[in-house]
Design a binder for this molecule. Structure first.
Ligand SMILES: [Zn+2]
Length: 560
C-alpha cells in the first residue's frame, strides 16, 4: 500500500490539472519549483502527531503495555531510535524539525526563548512563537506568531503545489501547533487558559467553540481520578522533590481547576476531539489532493515536568493517551478516510534527580546556582571593574548565554574566555563552547548517535538567534536548581535521553518493519513528501527520505 506507483503517460497528463506551480505571489527568481503528482494510491490525509516529551525510553518502557492507538502504530514502520539530533532539546526547536525536515540551525528556532538585546519593550527575552514587534508596554500577553520560523513546513509545500490542500494544526501549546503548521495555515488552535485559542485577527470557528463548550462543562463539574493500571503499582509511591510530593497523583479534577485539566490526560483527549471535529468541518481527506493535520499532544510534557517520568502519573498519562489515540484512529476509520500517520516527539525526557538517585543513578543532581548568568555577571563585573548587572544574559542555567552588547569588541573575547574558565571549574559543567567554535564546525553528516557535543551544538546554531557561548551540563545534571510544585523535572540537554524519540509510521495495509538503526526527525518531512508525490526542490531538507515499505517496493520513488 505504501508503494509509489509509476504512472502511465496518459494518467500523468490527466493529473496535470492538479499540478500547479509555487505561489504566484512570490517573485519568480526566489521561487523554487514545487509540484505534486498525486497518485490515486497516495493517502488523502497525512496525520502528523507529536507527543510532547515522549522519549524513546518511555516508548521502550511502555511498548508492551499499549493496546490502543500506539499499539496500532507499532504494526507499521517502527524506528525506535529517532533523533532530535540537535543540542537544545526543547519544545520549539523540536517541533520546528518535524514538518520542515530541517534542523534548528536552518529553522532558526534554536530554543524556546532567546535573548534579543535590540528589544526595547519589556524584557529582552523573546519567546520562539512570539511576534515581538507587536509587544505593548501594558500587555502581559504576547502575540503568538510563527514569524521566527525561517523555512516552510510540509503543509506549506503541499499548499504551494496544490492550493486546495488543507493545512490544519492543533496542540496543547501554541508553539506546538505553529511550528508544525507553519506560516500558511488554514486553521490553527492551541490550549490557552481554559480552552482553545487561535491567531490574533482570526475568529474561533463553530467547531472550536463547540469543543470549548464541552471543556467548560467538564471544568464546571470536575471529574474523578483515573484508575492506576495494575502493572504500575510499583510506581505508585511518594517521592519528595523540594516541597513537591509526587508519584501518586491520579488526576482527580476539582471543579474549575483549568491548570489541573491541562496537566492531565484530559488535555490530550480534548486536543484529539478537536482534531476529529476539524476533520469533519474541513472535510479532511475527502478532496482530490492530500491534506495534512498536525496534532501536538502536550499532556505528557506537562505530566513529566510536574511529576517526573517514573511515577504513577506518567503510567496513567501514557495509558490514557494510548486509549485516546485508539479512539481517534477508529474515528478516522469510520469516516472512510485513507490516511497515513507519523507519531514522534519534539524531544525526550529525564526523571527528577530525587527518584533517579533512589533508582541506581546516583550521579544525578540538580544544577547549582554557581553556573547562572547572574553569578557569572557578579564575578566578571568585579574582575573587569564594569557594571555587573546584566553583563551575562541567559534564559536559564544552561544553553545559550549572551554578553551585554555595550561591551567593547576588544574585550568580548577575553570575557567569554574567562566565563568559560570559571564555568569549567564547576563539577556539573561538561563543556562551554563559543559561538565562533560552533560556527566553524561543519554540519555533521554521520549517524546522530556518533556526533560530538560541538556537532550537536552546530545543529542548533543559527547566527540570527544563538548566543555568544553555550553551556552544556554533565549528563544527569537537571537544569532546575530548586524543585517546586509543577516543575520538578525537565529536558533540554544534548544527552541522548533528551535526543532520542520514537518515529512510528502507519498506514492501513502497509508492510510493517522494525529498523533499530538511528534516524532523525528531519527525515519525516521528506519521507511524507515522497509518499504523496510531492516534488520539493533539491536541498530543501536536512533529512532524507526513509523507505516506509518493508517489502521490495519503495516509497521514496526514483532517486533524483
Ligand atoms: Zn516539548
Amino acid at each position: 500500500m505504501f508503494r509509489v506507483i509509476s504512472i502511465s503517460r496518459k494518467f500523468a497528463l490527466a493529473i496535470a490539472a492538479v499540478t500547479l506551480p509555487f505561489s504566484p505571489l512570490m517573485a519568480q527568481e526566489t521561487v523554487p519549483a514545487v509540484s505534486q503528482t498525486v497518485s490515486p494510491r497516495a493517502p488523502r490525509l497525512i496525520v502528523a502527531i507529536s507527543v510532547d516529551q515522549f522519549s524513546a525510553d518511555l516508548f521502550a518502557q511502555y511498548r508492551q503495555r499499549f493496546t490502543g492507538g500506539i499499539a496500532r502504530l507499532t504494526e507499521g514502520a517502527v524506528f525506535p531510535s529517532g533523533y532530535q539530533s540537535h543540542a537544545a532539546t526543547e519544545t520549539c526547536p523540536g517541533h520546528s524539525t518535524i514538518m520542515t525536515g530541517n534542523r534548528p540551525a536552518h529553522t532558526g528556532v534554536i530554543a524556546n526563548s532567546w535573548i534579543d538585546q535590540s528589544v526595547t519593550v519589556g524584557s529582552k527575552v523573546v519567546y520562539c512563537a512570539e511576534d515581538v514587534s507587536k509587544r505593548t508596554a501594558g500587555s502581559k500577553d504576547y502575540v503568538a506568531s510563527v514569524g521566527n520560523l525561517l523555512v516552510p513546513t510540509l503543509g506549506e509545500w503541499m499548499k504551494r503545489a496544490n492550493p486546495a490542500a488543507r493545512n490544519i494544526a492543533v496542540s496543547g501549546k501554541d508553539r506546538g501547533a505553529l511550528m508544525m503548521g507553519g506560516h500558511d495555515i488554514d486553521q490553527v488552535y492551541w490550549w490557552k487558559g481554559k480552552g482553545f485559542a487561535t491567531l490574533a485577527g482570526r475568529e474561533l470557528g463553530p467547531t472550536a467553540l463547540a469543543q470549548n463548550a464541552a471543556i467548560t462543562a467538564t471544568l464546571a463539574k470536575g471529574a474523578p481520578a483515573f484508575p492506576v493500571p495494575a502493572w504500575c503499582a510499583r510506581q505508585n509511591r511518594v517521592v519528595q522533590a523540594g516541597k513537591a510530593s509526587v508519584g501518586t497523583g491520579h488526576f482527580a479534577l476539582k471543579a474549575g481547576d483549568s491548570d489541573a485539566f491541562r496537566a492531565s490526560p484530559r488535555l490530550d483527549r480534548a486536543t484529539l476531539d478537536l482534531a476529529t471535529r476539524l476533520v469533519d468541518e474541513q472535510k479532511l481527506g475527502k478532496g482530490t489532493v492530500p491534506d495534512v493535520l498536525s496534532v501536538s499532544l502536550s499532556a505528557t510534557d506537562y505530566v513529566g515536568h510536574s511529576t517526573g517520568t517514573e511515577g504513577a502519573e506518567m503510567c496513567i498519562q501514557l495509558t490514557q493517551l494510548d486509549a485516546a489515540l485508539g479512539d481517534f484512529f477508529a474515528g478516522l476509520d469510520k469516516r472512510g478516510i485513507d490516511y497515513a500517520v507519523v507519531l514522534t516527539a519534539d524531544h525526550g525526557g529525564f526523571d527528577m534527580p530525587e527518584r533517579l538517585q533512589e533508582q541506581a543513578l546516583v550521579q544525578s543532581s540538580r544544577v547549582g546556582d554557581d553556573v547562572s548568568a547572574a553569578a557569572l555577571s557578579t564575578a566578571l563585573g568585579k574582575r573587569y571593574g564594569i557594571e555587573a548587572k546584566g553583563l551575562i544574559l541567559s534564559d536559564g542555567p544552561a544553553g545559550d548565554y549572551w554578553l551585554r552588547n555595550d561591551i567593547a569588541p576588544g574585550l568580548r573575547g577575553k570575557i567569554i574566555d574567562d566565563a568559560k574558565a570559571m564555568l569549567m571549574t564547576s563539577p556539573q559543567v561538561e563543556a562551554v563552547l563559543s559561538a565562533a567554535e560552533i560556527a566553524a564546525t561543519p554540519m555533521p553528516t554521520a549517524s546522530p548517535e556518533t556526533w560530538t557535543l560541538t556537532e550537536r551544538a552546530r545543529a542548533s546554531y543559527n547566527p540570527l538567534h544563538s548566543g555568544d557561548f553555550l553551556v552544556m551540563l554533565k549528563r544527569g545534571v537537571v537544569p532546575i536548581a530548586h524543585a517546586g510544585a509543577g516543575y520538578v523535572a525537565t529536558h533540554g540537554s544534548p544527552w541522548d535521553y533528551d535526543r532520542r524519540v520514537p518515529m512510528l509510521f502507519w498506514r492501513k495495509g502497509m508492510t510493517g518493519f522494525e529498523q533499530p538503526s538511528p534516524v532523525e526527525t528531519v527525515d519525516i518531512a521528506p519521507s511524507l513528501a515522497a509518499l504523496i508525490g510531492l516534488n520539493v526542490p533539491e536541498g530543501s531538507f536536512d533529512g532524507r527520505c526513509l523507505d516506509l515499505d518493508g517489502g521490495p517496493g519503495s516509497t521514496c520513488g526514483v532517486p533524483r
